[in-house]
Design a protein around this ligand. Sequence first.
Ligand SMILES: Cc1cc2nc3c(=O)[nH]c(=O)nc-3n(C[C@H](O)[C@H](O)[C@H](O)COP(=O)(O)O)c2cc1C
Length: 359
Amino acid sequence: MARRETLLKILDLARWAPSGDNTQPWRFEIAADEHIVIHGNDTREWCLYDFNGHASHMAHGALLETLRIAATGEGLAASWSLRPGSSDKAPVFDVRLEARPGMAPDPLLPFIESRVVQRRPMRTTPLTDAQRQALSAAPGPGYSISLFESSAERRQVAGFLWRSAYVRLTCPEAYPVHKEIIEWRTRFSKDRIPEQAVGVDGATARLMEWVMASWGRVQFFNKYLFGTIAPRIQLDYIPARACAAHVLVKADVPARGLEDHVRGGIALQRLWLTAASVGLHLQPEMTPLIFRWYARAGLTFSNVPKINEGALALADEFERIGGFGPDQGLTFFCRVGVSDAPRARSLRKSVDELMLTGR
Ligand SMILES: Cc1cc2nc3c(=O)[nH]c(=O)nc-3n(C[C@H](O)[C@H](O)[C@H](O)COP(=O)(O)O)c2cc1C
């Protein structure tokens, strides 16, 4: 029988799962000795990157897979199911745990806590065959990956991300999100992204903090002082060149609903933990993929027509670069490479704070 302390230990490890902007869109409940309940929520009301809650659903998948891996360390097999009738905005996942004496811990277990996002430039040391094979197998059945490895391919992706970043930084609806998610002047943040993990130097961070105090300042800066240039060089163009490869995870069948996105999140976390296990750091590059979700669903996310037109052009460019059509399901886009561990990182809320009763 799994005791409450064991379940708390598993949750303490599982909470290190990644979520978009470190929003941790979940609460935990220990319903019985072999039953954990995950109460999901999403950020679609205020975050345009959480298209129909999909980015949060992916985070739920990452959490469920992390929980499953963590449970193997306690000799427990975990399996989840979506509670029938639970809503898209507040999905409830029932996780059952079963004792499996003698079960070997999952090989990805040691990397749950050390896996971290690396937003700074990495080395361009090419991937080894073993790393390539590990990454290809990581997302599991139903997914395949494309790698953009050569210098020319990375240059092409860098140009694409440069244009994507222009849309991101000039979109009025994205501004309050960016303002909300950065915790300025910090190295660690338990519920946001600390300034030092954003990926800009100290002087640029000070300038960003000042400019981002109001949308008027951002607009003025963008219009008259080429304000998007410095952050785009540091946050997008240079890192896109300075890596071993960009990795695109494609779904054999495009995601249709909540559970497909949860599975996408499982694939994402398996790729990320696997990358860590073969000595690679990783940074998700989800913005252009999310813009394409809107574009291909025929939806807009801005009141500024030029921004929506920009998103459509980016979707076309993504498809040209990747050599696929508008119907191709895309799950995850990221860059990987070798680097020192980042000095700054996002931390997490404590298990106590994440318990349903602690709301
Ligand atoms: C679905 C999803 C999308 C994400 N998109 C991005 C992204 O576009 N750019 C980025 O730098 N990080 C992205 N992240 C990384 C999160 O910001 C990061 O995981 C979170 O802040 C916690 O930090 P940690 O992974 O270092 O623990 C994404 C994570 C998830 C799960």
